[in-house]
Design a protein around this ligand. Structure first.
Ligand SMILES: Nc1ncnc2c1ncn2[C@@H]1O[C@H](COP(=O)(O)OP(=O)(O)OP(=O)(O)O)[C@@H](O)[C@H]1O
Ligand SMILES: [Mg+2]
Length: 229
């Protein structure tokens, strides 16, 4: 599913540059549940941006589901829209749209048949238990509900990979656990999940834990004491 070889990311700032990732070799197969952990500034978001085709590596090879990601920006956006579902710490919902419209957006971008968009978005919101709130704006929801909308939006295109960057970072611990349970259930249904977190307790829900430090992978282990949500 994911194959990275010798990935390097250098940020250039005027005349200086900063190496945020180096010598990253990483393979992730279908159905895995991976947590990427590491201290602030380690390069987690940089890695997630490359995995999610939001950014490209300076050097190295990244093959996603058989496709080489060294391609034009348009092609990269197409790969991203088709293959990745994103969940962010602060939900990234559009405030002016109701939640049904928010979940419809990725389908619109994909050029999904018009007649089917609404139905498909409704099904996705049903899956996260929000079918009674379709007309609510994001500001009319709790944090946990907003994150469930984001999960519905991530799922609506039936992506190959769900990428979550600190998905529980803005939630209280009880609501955070509900979101983690949802991710565990999605993984049990066969979805590939990659979660970024700086919190060891949250990483414990994943089946494999990868540690990034100073731009390098310093450990990659199976989590034998996986917390059951
Ligand atoms: N656009 C950029 N330009 C220059 N340097 C950057 C840029 N983005 C990130 N960096 C640097 O790259 C390093 C890794 O940043 P990154 O955001 O990937 O860290 P992180 O592990 O996600 O940290 P956090 O846990 O705080 O979110 C940091 O030192 C950061 O300052
Ligand atoms: Mg980050």
């Amino acid at each position: 599913m994911i194959s990275m070889k010798n990935i390097q990311k250098i940020y250039k700032m005027g005349s200086s540059s900063f190496t945020a990732l180096e010598e990253i070799d990483l393979s992730i197969t279908k159905g895995e549940y991976v947590a990427i952990v590491g201290p602030s500034g380690a390069g987690k978001s940089t890695l997630m941006n490359i995995i999610g085709c939001l950014d490209t590596a300076t050097d190295g090879e990244y093959i996603l589901d058989g496709l080489n990601t060294k391609c034009s920006d348009n092609k990269l956006a197409e790969i991203r829209n088709k293959k990745i579902g994103f969940i962010f710490q602060n939900y990234n919902l559009l405030p002016k749209l109701n939640i049904l419209e928010n979940v419809e957006l990725p389908l619109l971008y994909l050029g999904y048949p018009n007649g089917k968009i609404r139905e498909r978005a409704k099904q996705s919101l049903e899956k996260v238990g929000l079918e009674t709130h379709l007309k609510h704006k994001p500001s009319e929801l709790s944090g946990g509900q907003m994150q469930r909308v984001a999960i519905a939006r991530a799922l609506v295109t039936d992506p190959q990979i769900i990428l979550a960057d600190e998905p529980t970072g803005a939630l209280d611990s009880k609501t955070g656990k509900e979101v983690l349970k949802m991710l565990t259930d999605l993984n049990k249904e066969g979805n590939t999940i990659i979660m970024i977190t700086h919190d060891k307790e949250i990483a414990a829900y994943a089946k494999r834990i990868i540690t990034v430090r100073d731009g390098k992978i310093t450990s990659d282990v199976l989590n034998e004491n996986e917390v059951t949500a």
